[in-house]
Design a binder for this molecule. Structure first.
Ligand code: ADP
Ligand code: MG
Length: 340
């Protein structure tokens, strides 16, 4: 396992699309960094550049401290798993896992030991004699991950590896990735558009938007202290409620400046003497909680409040919610967080 350092990476595709812009990021050996962002934000491009499948138009890539810009993918000791993993259809799961080791001329016994160890970690030990067509989607995905890991790469790159799985399998494979990491520390860069995956798997999350790094933080800090309006609106489900605001003199010297205020749905509390009054426009009963979509009186501001359980609540109903001032986030005119 090795550290990865990206220094001022740029990627402009022929035709002029800037997919990555001045991106710098250091990943420690053994760390799992999840790159998250909407579709088209440059996540796959970053990963392909680290793998050596794509060339940056500017910047430096270091693996284990060494500049690898000029090295071919095979010379970088990285393994990559894509969303559309392709197993060799005519080889069993075992054959697929052995394939990269055969290519390296590993001795038969060494090969068996490595394959069984990885198969045990990914819980596919009993499936080794099956062909890919005899495996479920989740099982195939685990074999694909095993095939990448069995090489013991310095860096493991995953591009939306769980996107093709149904939600239940996704949770299962997510848990397996965590176990795998506990058993064999590996440097991983994991790309996803799914914030739940980012929050549950990452040591640190790197948020990308239009090819620019917005924030790199441990999941908890990302949620509690979003660096800007984009991160505040992207992380959290439902996302943070954001409204236009004007800074008051008490808060800042630049009183009167335009700003944005944000409050998470769970920081709003239904209460008869709440400061915000509005009309319920829409109710989502989720079982363990209810999401009340509220339009604030005499504005077009809409907020979502998270209410525990399933209270009786209907469209058209009048509701008051209280806001805890300590849980209000403020952002300046450029969208940057104002730290109180
Ligand atoms: P993500 O993985 O976050 O969805 P990508 O890295 O695939 O984003 O793409 C980032 C941007 O670069 C997008 O605007 C995409 O259309 C563009 N792009 C990706 N690959 C190419 C390519 N081979 N040629 C031109 N533009 C590309
Ligand atoms: Mg992608």
């Amino acid at each position: 396992m090795a550290s990865v350092a990206l220094e001022h990476l740029d990627k402009v595709y022929p035709g002029g699309t800037q997919a990555v812009a001045d991106l710098s990021l250091e990943i420690a050996a053994g760390e799992l960094v999840v790159c998250v962002g909407p579709s088209g934000s440059g996540k796959s491009t970053v990963l392909r550049i680290v793998a050596g499948l794509d060339e940056p138009t500017g910047g430096t890539i270091r693996i284990g401290g060494e500049v690898v810009n000029a090295r071919r993918p095979q010379e970088r000791n990285v393994a990559m798993v894509f969303q559309d993993y392709a197993l060799y259809p005519h080889l069993t799961a075992r054959g697929n896992l052995e394939f990269p080791l055969r290519m390296r001329g590993l001795a038969r016994d060494d090969m068996r030991v490595r394959v069984e160890r990885i198969a045990g970690l990914l819980d596919i030990g009993t499936l080794l004699d099956r062909l890919p067509k005899q495996l479920s989607g989740g099982q195939r995905q685990r074999v694909a991950m095993g095939r990448a890991l069995v090489r013991e790469p310095a860096v493991f790159l995953l591009d939306e590896p769980l996107s093709n799985l149904d939600p239940k399998l996704r949770i299962q494979v997510r848990a397996e990735i965590q176990e795998l990491r506990a058993a064999t520390p590996t440097t991983m860069i994991y790309v996803t558009h799914d914030q739940t995956e980012a929050m549950t798997l990452a040591d640190r999350v790197a948020v990308l938007h239009h090819g620019r790094l917005q924030q790199v933080s441990p999941p908890r800090e990302l949620y509690e202290r979003p660096a800007n309006v984009f991160v505040a609106g992207f992380i959290g489900n439902p996302p943070m409620n954001l409204f236009p605001a004007v800074l008051a003199a008490k808060l800042r010297p630049d009183a009167g400046a335009a700003a944005t205020a944000g409050v998470r749905p769970e920081a709003l509390r239904v209460s008869p003497d709440g400061a915000l009054a509005g009309t319920v426009e829409h109710v989502e009963f989720l079982g363990h909680e209810t999401l009340a979509h509220l339009r604030v009186d005499s504005t077009d501001v809409r907020v979502i409040a998270r209410v525990p359980g399933m209270p009786a609540m209907a469209k058209g109903e009048r509701l008051r919610v209280a806001v805890d001032p300590a849980r209000i986030h403020l952002f300046d005119g450029e969208g940057r967080a104002i730290r109180g």
